[in-house]
Design a protein around this ligand. Structure first.
Ligand SMILES: Nc1ncnc2c1ncn2[C@@H]1O[C@H](COP(=O)(O)OP(=O)(O)O)[C@@H](O)[C@H]1O
Ligand SMILES: [Mg+2]
Length: 352
């Protein structure tokens, strides 16, 4: 068991700095998830920890030991990839036991270890099959099994569920949560899936252009985003961002006609900037600000309405259980100020 510490870790490809410099401590036993838009450096960071990429500078500590110069196999980390990376000509048993065979472990030990991992993952009956005879979910389980048999100090997952269909993804997500509970081992997990991040993580690390924007528990990031980027990135559907400004008697929203919102104390008297409000926090309020719905999506448990405001801003509204609503209808909205987020125009930091 071991935590991970990154100290001033940098990774460049030629002149391009994929990771300018990261400091991060991941606790022993923690489930830590890296999220961020495509190309922000999630895989690079994970691969650098694993040793599949050489760090350009800085230190990587796993279980308190500096490993940044060590061969990937000698870091105590096992990685699971999105595309499974199984050997097609080997059976499940051979795939799972391969690392142990290379390490010259006794045959009997390999057998026991592989079979124990297979039981954990429900693969007992598939051990003699080839990868081509398995479903996507089963292949991903084999890839995880191959990591488990190495008894690593830390598991590194790079979008392991992205190739699976929605139903299987949900099942595998729950299995991964169980696995983490039963092994109690440190897991670092890259995903761009909101639900995976929110449900699996002890802590989420939000990355943007190779830099950490914020680290926190899922609910902390949802309730207390420190800046506009995190506010937009965490939450599904995304937070609405409106243009707003302080006027004499409160806060006026561009694009929405109605009475001004009360101005919280922390918002300066001469403020203009983005105001954020989540779809689920907009209230339907007779006599409120009128918007015409351009589209309505009925998802069964929830209904979303979409409107384009007069200044072009797109608004998404959680219509709760208003099943009768349809495109073309108008709704009257209120924005509860205590649920709104106010951002500095220039720095995009949240005012509070
Ligand atoms: N081998 C490489 N050579 C040059 N640039 C790379 C290489 N691998 C990744 N990059 C660049 O580094 C950035 C981060 O990539 P990556 O870590 O794969 O992003 P993510 O996993 O978050 O989508 C991207 O701009 C990507 O183009
Ligand atoms: Mg990636």
């Amino acid at each position: 068991m071991a935590g991970i510490e990154l100290r001033q870790l940098r990774k460049s490809y030629g002149a391009f700095e994929a990771i300018p410099a990261i400091d991060l401590t991941i606790e022993d036993g923690e489930f830590c998830i890296f999220v961020g838009p495509s190309g922000c450096g999630k895989s690079t960071l994970l691969r650098t920890i694993a040793g599949l990429e050489d760090a350009s500078a800085g230190e990587i500590l796993i279980g308190g030991e500096e490993v940044s110069r060590r061969h990937p196999g000698e870091r105590g980390a096992a990685m699971v990839f999105q595309n499974y990376a199984l050997y097609p000509h080997m059976t499940v048993r051979q795939n799972m036991g391969y690392a142990l065979k290379i390490a010259k472990k006794p045959k009997e030990e390999i057998k026991t270890t592989v079979e124990r991992a297979a039981r954990t993952l429900g693969l007992e009956d598939l051990l003699e099959r080839k990868p081509s005879e398995l479903s996507g979910g089963q292949r991903q389980r084999v890839a995880i099994g191959r990591a488990i048999v190495r008894d690593p100090k830390v598991f590194l997952f790079d979008e392991p569920l992205s190739n699976l269909d929605a139903e299987l993804r949900t099942r595998m997500r729950l299995e991964l949560a169980d696995l983490h509970r039963s092994l109690g081992v440190t897991m670092v997990y890259v995903t761009h899936d909101q639900v995976e991040a929110m449900t699996l993580a002890d802590r989420i690390v939000v990355l943007r252009s190779g830099r950490i924007e914020q680290v926190g528990s899922p609910l902390d990031l949802y309730e207390n985003p420190e800046n506009l980027f995190v506010a937009r990135f965490i939450g599904s559907p995304s937070m609405n961002i409106l243009k707003a400004e302080t006027i004499a008697d409160g806060i006026r929203l561009t694009g929405l006609d109605g009475p001004p919102l009360p101005r919280p104390d922390f918002v300066p008297a001469a403020w203009r900037g983005p105001l954020g409000i989540r779809p689920e926090h907009l209230r339907l309020h007779p006599g409120g600000m009128e918007v015409r719905l351009r589209a309505v999506e009925h998802l069964g448990d929830v209904t979303y309405g979409y409107a384009t405001l007069s200044d072009g801003t797109e608004l998404c509204i959680d219509l709760q259980n208003h099943r009768k609503m349809a495109a073309g209808d108008s709704v009257a909205l209120a924005i509860p100020t205590e649920r709104a987020f106010f951002f500095d125009q220039k720095t995009e930091r949240r005012l509070r």
